[in-house]
Write a protein that binds this ligand. Structure first.
Ligand SMILES: [Zn+2]
Length: 382
């Protein structure tokens, strides 16, 4: 066993072996009456691959950057990577300043139930009502279930707001992402779905069938052949932005909720915004995520040049970064390049990724997505 002590906490590095699990099980059996909270520990350790290393953190005193550095260490030990010093250096360069200014909350990888467990003490985050003025009978998913979120649940979204938000806000985001859902064969609420456009259909396996008079009927078609395809489902860009922010409000730790009240009023249609900050988005070169992930950054300092709350939403190969508007700790609206440049420089780990586009999602007009489909000559020599 190796024991190390850091400036902020104590942690041990172990190697998972059957002998270790047996010893741990005996210890847990002895402690079970006084400390039943340890009962699940052997089962958790058993899930670690045999002979892999893991850290046991004795005190929850290691900060967020410390956790990431420990995780890098584990990956390097378990995979035999030899460039750990360089990885740690890069991690510190990219994240050190950010974690001084922001706390990061991550959702998507583990099951999360957010908010008050006791229904009689719940206050809905969107309408402010409690029982009996409203009810909390249904399961409210923080990220729509139609995007394959099964396990991030907000307990403080009442049935009435859940229904209204689903129909008026979240459906716009689902329509916007439905093409990607089918293309990457990500399940919807009831399994995999086909995607139907005006002039094409994509089956649940991601195969596209075009319904047009095909130039391929020509005995000698000229390649490449390009089709312009149109979706059927409509969405309003501003409601997509509202859906992003609704997810943030769902998962936000309770102590920050008061900062979001103006944004909650806007999401629920109680106030209007004509101009929103841009949304940064990009396609990430990696295998598509099968379930969505959400990161929420909450500002620690009263730095007027930085937004109070920022969301980072990942779905399939898409990543969206957005500012929660009207945050009560903000003194700026972050509408001009000067205003959002400082924020973007603080998020160096995002800035390091290339090919970001920023787009204005302020419009309330309903739109559809258009696609270009290009067919190359099947006989072309590559
Ligand atoms: Zn409500």
């Amino acid at each position: 066993m190796e024991i190390e002590e850091s400036k902020t906490g104590i942690y041990c590095l172990y190697r998972k072996t059957e002998k270790l699990v047996d010893r741990l099980q005996k210890l847990v059996n002895q402690l079970t009456n006084k400390h039943p909270e340890f009962n699940q520990l052997p089962a958790w350790i058993r899930e670690i691959p045999e002979n892999d290393y893991f850290f046991f953190i004795w005190q929850p005193l290691i900060d967020q950057l410390g956790h990431i550095l420990l995780n890098n260490t584990l990956v390097a030990i378990n995979t035999g990577r030899t460039d750990l010093p360089q990885i740690q250096q890069l991690t510190q360069t990219l994240l050190q300043d950010l974690f001084k200014k922001y706390t990061c909350h991550q959702y998507g990888k583990e099951r999360s139930y957010i908010g008050e467990a006791d229904k009689t003490r719940r206050i809905c985050r969107y309408c402010g009502k409690s029982e009996p003025a409203t009810i909390f009978k249904n399961t409210a998913h923080a990220i729509p279930e139609a995007l394959n979120n099964k396990h991030i649940v907000c307990r403080e979204e009442c049935d009435s707001c859940n229904e209204w938000l689903g129909n008026n806000v979240e459906q716009h985001l689902i329509n916007y992402l439905a093409f990607w859902r089918t293309l990457y064969q990500i399940p919807g609420k009831e399994g995999q779905k086909k995607y139907t456009g005006k002039d094409f259909e994509m089956d649940p396996a991601g195969k596209i069938h075009v319904r047009v008079d095909s130039p391929l009927d020509d005995p000698a078609p000229t390649f490449p052949i390009t089709f312009s395809l149109t979706a059927v489902d409509k969405f309003s860009p501003q409601n997509i932005y509202k859906a992003f922010c609704k997810m943030v409000v769902c998962v936000l730790p309770k102590q920050y909720l008061s900062r979001c009240q103006p944004a909650i009023d806007w999401i629920m249609g109680r106030r209007e915004i004509t101009q929103l900050p841009p949304v940064w988005h990009k396609q990430v070169k990696r295998s598509a995520l099968q379930s969505p992930e959400l990161l929420v950054y909450v500002k620690k300092e009263k730095d007027r040049a930085l937004p109070g709350i920022i969301g980072e939403f990942s779905y399939a190969q898409l990543k969206f970064v957005f500012i929660l508007p009207l945050c009560e700790t903000d003194e700026m609206a972050f509408l001009s390049p000067d205003e959002f440049e400082i924020f973007w420089k603080t998020f160096k780990h995002l800035g390091k990724m290339e090919n970001w586009q920023h787009q204005d999602f302020s419009s309330v007009e309903k739109k559809t997505i258009g696609f270009m489909l290009t067919i190359e000559d099947p006989n072309r020599v590559l």
